[in-house]
Ligand binder design. Sequence first.
Ligand code: S3P
Length: 761
Amino acid sequence: MVGGTTPNEARLLIVGLGLIGGSLAAALRAAGFTGTIQACDPDPGEIARGIEMGLIDAGDTRLAPLVEGATLIVLAVPVLAMRSVMTELAAALPAEALDGEAPRVVITDVGSTKAAVRDCALAAFGRLPAGLVLGHPIAGSEKSGVAAANPRLYVNHKVILTPAAETAPAAVARVQVLWRACGAEVLEMDVDRHDQVLARTSHLPHLLAFSLVDTLARQDERLEIFRYAAGGFRDFTRIAGSDPVMWRDIFTANREAVLASLDDFEAGLGRLRQAVEAGDGDAMLAIFDRASHARHYFDSLLNQTSYQAEYQMQEQGRLTFRAAPGGRVAGRIRVPGDKSISHRSIMLGALAEGVTEVKGFLEGEDSLATLQAFREMGVAIEGPHQGRVTVHGVGMRGLKAPSGPLYVGNAGTAMRLFSGLLAGQAFDSELIGDASLTKRPMGRVADPLRLMGAKIDTAEGGRPPLKIHGGQALKGITYDMPMASAQVKSCLLLAGLYAEGETRVREPAPTRDHTERMLTGFGYRVDREGDTCWLKGGGKLTAAPIDVPTDISSAAFFLVAAAITPGSNLILEHVGINPTRIGVINILQLMGADLRLFNEREVGGEPVADLHIRYAPLKGIDIPVDQVPLAIDEFPALFVAAACASGTTRLRGAEELRVKESDRIQAMADGLATLGVKHSVVEDGIDIVGAGGSDIAYGGGRIDSLGDHRIAMAFVVASLRAGGEIVIDDCANVATSFPGFTELARVVGLRVSEETQEVRA
Ligand code: S3P
């Protein structure tokens, strides 16, 4: 059986037994429909074939004899034939059969345009009967006739119903059951909206295919063209092979909406023509890049899930990691590029004058979301290809208004930095994110931006979405940050680029300074004195190459893995060791880790080194409070180190951990509790009592990562000292910061596998 409940109709009458009507009958039969199915068709051969195929029980070329006793009538005739069919039905059916809260007879149709069919109904019945439910299954095929009927034609396709105010909800429900039984997803829309949407998504593409194929088919060298038809043109000929009569009817019926979409298309084509004529490569690239990524982008936006197709599929199921206990880590590896720097490379590259070449870009969900958002604002961006991205800067005032909300997925950094940057633009914008990001606080950026003169609306409690009203004159402010946040600092500095005068930000403790370094690298002056940094608005950025170091936050998982496991010996290459990021190194060394930096050098304004770590017994420590902001993303991994150290590790002053991708203090505490690690939680930290020794430190168990990438990876690392398997649920978001994590973990010796669990029925 394909769909949900089978329809409880005594007699179904299909008017027009072609591919669409025949496939409906076939699907219902396959779904176990036990009522009678009859069909009316002007072609007696179609009826005979339908009976022979076992799709229908009986049929006739005349409508009137079939109407009596029918409980559900499906009109599967061309739109232009609708009027005469409805007039016949109106004459054959007693008026009250279609009226009331639960009409005895329900009529629905499959026409591709709805306003025209509604007009036919008004003309035929003199009103819109309660039992009339207009609908449109978005499915078809170039084949025609009942012989081509396909019971799976509607499986996972959408059916749009367009009920009117007069339509009885009970009638809508019966039509819903009908289509769901065929495996379709049923949606509702109003008639005009339906026609506009279909004009753009279906009618216009068909119009273009008909026109293009016809134009080329009438040129002198047409034989050559068709002989070499391949790729793109072949696809056009496939679409242009659709039923001409049906399409004539559709364009006649949906004239206004089709013309409006054609006008938009002509304007777009005009812009592209201009770019080609002027040899404007950037303009072409901006259009092509945006278009070539549009499908993924809109899929992820619609589902509010991840950007990359492979992870989208995993999310439809749920990604689980299974880590077998024990093992050790050894080898020489390179983790992916730094997330913070990758975000900023796109942002500043886009606003710069000139072309920015980026190497080592993190091809993770978060930074890809930033990249795509800039494409939406008209920036031409090539790549990423193996970490290389080319950003064709548009200058400080060159961004264009996006055509809809900008979706930044799971990325807090993107949303907060964007808010500052967008507050300075001339256009309005809206920032949205996934379920986790939608719960995170944005007042911390919206409030100071408002002090600068920005106009920003948030949802309740300062949560996303953020609506940013463009065209505001920003003024520089002096802002004393209430929390040590690089995102807030960076947001204000980016807004400050557009503000009059100086924007000064004081931080209560040092936070990562990638924005300041990169601005300087792009020729923009940023000053610092003690805990305050500032810049003056109105300058410009000049493109410069960016070599993204690998992410110390990703390296941290492997540092801890080696630090806790006897026999481990690991080298991590090219790791970013910016002094504002090395809390994890300092803390591990304080705990007694055998961790050495070598090959120290500077690339593109950021210090990097290779890290060599070997096992050494760890001891619990009081984590110095000044290290907390410098290790803020590494605590999930460090908690695992603490669970293996001898004695208690005490963390305080880390309340910010509660507003990360999850409440990381609680999420880690819950996981540690599952493994049997003794700990006690306080508002701003945790005490963890480590097992010490060199053997099994705690048990195994099943852990919920709460969709937080770093919680998931931390518990994979924990398996090295566990007594049993650790199973971690909800791990798809590991792709936000560390694509390929489990592969790399296996390379160094962890025994982790991935498994997708179906969540769909
Ligand atoms: C980041 C800053 C930190 C960090 C985040 C990335 C950045 O957030 O946790 O993963 O790139 O600026 P806060 O600014 O909220 O501390």
